[in-house]
Design a protein around this ligand. Structure first.
Ligand code: PDD
Length: 284
């Protein structure tokens, strides 16, 4: 079924939505994005994603081509027009088309695109076994806090992980895990404490991460924000990732070695359950 997508204020069948070959998103990866989860036709964590989009826009001196107040309506309308029950909304904002020049254009005309992807996000086939991850060097740029579409290295890392028979990559820099290729990485130590890397330019400031830390606190699970090493991760009781579409997903193997007993951990599964219950209840 053909989707209806949003392009700069217009609703179009996906085949009719065209962007210039001079778009800086295409030529320079001069673009940012957000992914918002949808369950039962409602948006999860919309406010967090909108706030991070605003931050990315400010960091790169971009601007939205529509009033910010209309963004929520656009999200709701795209769900309605596509009768989306479960999946995600992808939003991308680029600096727009301009003749090729490294310098930003004086009068940019930004390109704003939204489309939906229907996907089963609650019933994830990987839940039964958990994910296996391969450790790879983090060769991304140093402003990972900005959600840009410079996703070539994360794509390469996923491909390399797959070649090693793993589901995903955990990236390592200066002897510490930064994050997964497209999710936040966490471990639970043998005392039951959740360890997660603190916010900095080294990682994306995950919206799911922030909520999971709040939920852990409410559930009496202690957490500590500090960088952890690959060895610590391998010796942890549990490991997991968080993201808008994975929610909380167990990681049960790191470079082929089992984490804990090699099965999805009980605290991880509890956090997943609490996260989904809490965020579907507050979905808009
Ligand atoms: N990825 N770190 C990276 C590098 C990510 O790409 C993502 C999300 C996260 C988790 O952020 P959040 O909890 O706000 O989704 C962390 C999205 C889902 C993607 O690229 O598809």
């Amino acid at each position: 079924m053909s989707r209806i997508v949003f392009l700069n204020g217009e609703w179009l069948p996906e085949a009719d939505a065209k962007v210039s070959i001079f778009d800086r998103g295409f030529l320079f990866a001069d673009a940012i994005y957000e992914v918002t989860g949808v369950i039962d036709g409602k948006l999860l964590e919309y406010e967090g994603h909108a706030a991070r989009l605003k931050r990315s826009i400010a960091e790169l001196g971009m601007h939205l081509p529509i009033p910010t107040e209309e963004l929520l309506d656009v999200h709701r309308e795209i769900v309605r027009r596509n009768a989306l029950k479960e999946g995600l909304i992808y939003l991308q904002l680029s600096r727009g088309p301009a003749d090729r020049d490294f310098a930003f254009p004086q009068e940019p005309k930004p390109t704003l695109v939204l489309f939906t992807q229907a996907k089963s996000v609650i019933d994830n086939s990987k839940l039964a076994t958990g994910l296996s991850v391969a450790l790879l060097p983090d060769w991304r740029w140093e402003r990972r806090d900005i959600k840009t579409v410079q996703l070539l290295y994360p794509s390469m890392a996923k491909m390399q992980a797959a070649e090693k028979g793993a589901d995903d990559a955990w990236l390592v820099e200066d002897g510490f895990v930064t994050e997964a290729s497209s999710a936040t990485a966490h471990v639970i130590d043998r005392t039951g404490k959740l360890i997660t890397r603190p916010l900095s330019n080294a990682i994306l400031h995950g919206i799911t991460r922030a909520s999971v830390l709040d939920i852990a606190e409410q559930a009496g699970i202690l957490y500590e924000e500090r960088a952890f090493t690959p060895d610590e991760a391998k010796n942890a009781a549990e490991a997991f990732i968080t993201s808008a579409t994975n929610f909380v997903m167990p990681v049960t193997r790191i470079d082929g070695a089992p984490v804990g007993d090699g099965k999805p951990g009980p605290l991880t599964l509890k956090l997943r359950e609490l996260y989904i219950a809490n965020k579907t209840a507050s979905a808009i």
